[in-house]
Design a protein around this ligand. Structure first.
Ligand SMILES: [Zn+2]
Length: 346
């Protein structure tokens, strides 16, 4: 412990504000640096209060849910006739409980599948029960194992979830997108390489050090579900970023025996907390080491969630020039406030 540096510096912006009779005001911008990747973000909580020239009502979401229902490819009346089937020795579709997994009709990888949670066309974030999540993730793991058996070079497995259009989902019906790839994504590669050099420098596992440090500092610690520790990220890549770290495993390979149900319990709790904070749209991704190699000495399986803007006909995106080009996201809430808000759900 004590090896992890939570570095930040403050920039002050001085201006005479029309909102305060043109009196001089000072706004504090926190620039935070991720202790592992050294990626930066800027936090100004004042920005959440800024006026937006876009309507904020979300009643149109109800209209969208209803209008998309009849022709939904993922609803029970259409799923068998409208979704693709696997080729080459896999089952047509992979089913566990109410979950169903099939190939992505418009893939961006050689092994890119879609997992539909259930026949429910729409679920509020407080309606994702642990069992519902677990059944779907089991279909993902089964797919990964089948792919790896036939193609041993496909070693990197990802479970990803875009929820609602502001989170880049093209279909309302809740679903995950999973990929199996021969190479790690550039971000995953960075995580693995920097975790390895942290180990060489400090003689310890960054992820275990982070858990220990955050548990003792308490301010960003949210809770634990079995072997999974839930934290608010010190230097988030998106708003309301939650980081889950799996003690004892570096990949998704043994997840079913190593805390899948506990992870789903924790994820269900975080989604309930998001719901209470008024979040409707979000992204989730897992960052798994290679499926056939144990990196546990220096790396641990982890997953991240971020909230996205609420759906409305016109909304202000949270993905602008700072995020797309400069890779230094602008964040509107303090991680410490997020942790305080979500802790009650554990
Ligand atoms: Zn549907």
């Amino acid at each position: 412990m004590g090896k992890i540096k939570f570095e930040k510096f403050i920039q002050k912006a001085k201006l005479r504000s029309p909102l305060q009779g043109f009196r001089k005001v000072v706004q504090h911008i926190e620039v935070r640096i991720d202790p592992l990747t050294e990626r930066r973000c800027r936090i100004n909580v004042e920005r959440a209060k800024r006026p937006r020239q876009t309507p904020t009502e979300t009643a149109d979401l109800d209209k969208l849910i209803e209008s998309s229902r009849a022709k939904c490819f993922f609803c029970p009346q259409n799923i068998e006739k409208s979704t693709p089937m696997f080729a080459e020795g896999l089952p047509d579709r992979i089913k566990v409980g109410s979950a169903c997994l099939f190939p992505n009709l418009f893939p961006f990888g050689g092994f890119h599948a879609v997992g539909v949670f259930s026949g429910d066309h729409y679920l509020e974030l407080n309606q994702f029960a642990p069992k519902l999540l677990e059944d779907c993730f089991k279909t993902c793991l089964r797919y990964f194992r089948l792919v790896h058996k036939k193609h041993p070079e496909i070693r990197y497995w990802y479970i990803n979830w875009n929820h609602l259009p502001p989170g880049a989902a093209s279909i309302i019906h809740p679903h995950v997108q999973i990929m199996a790839d021969p190479e790690p994504s550039p971000y995953l590669q960075d995580l693995i390489e920097k975790s390895k050099s942290y180990r060489e420098r400090n003689g310890s596992n960054y992820w275990l050090d982070l858990i220990e440090s955050e548990k003792s500092e308490k301010v960003r610690f949210i809770g634990e579900s079995g072997p999974v520790c839930w934290l608010a990220s010190f230097a988030p890549q998106g708003n309301r970023e939650v980081l889950a770290i799996f003690s004892g495993t570096s990949s998704l390979t043994k997840l079913e025996k190593h805390g899948l149900s506990k992870f789903c319990g924790g994820l269900s709790a975080v989604l309930k907390g998001y719901h209470a904070l008024g979040v409707q749209s979000f992204n989730l991704a897992t960052f798994s080491g290679p499926c056939d190699e144990d990196l546990g000495d220096f790396y641990l399986l982890n997953a991240k969630l971020i909230s996205r803007p609420n759906p409305a006909p016109f909304y202000t995106s949270d993905n602008g020039f700072m995020e797309k080009f400069h890779q230094e996201p602008v964040i509107e809430s303090m991680p410490e406030d997020l942790a305080r808000g979500l802790r009650a759900y554990f």
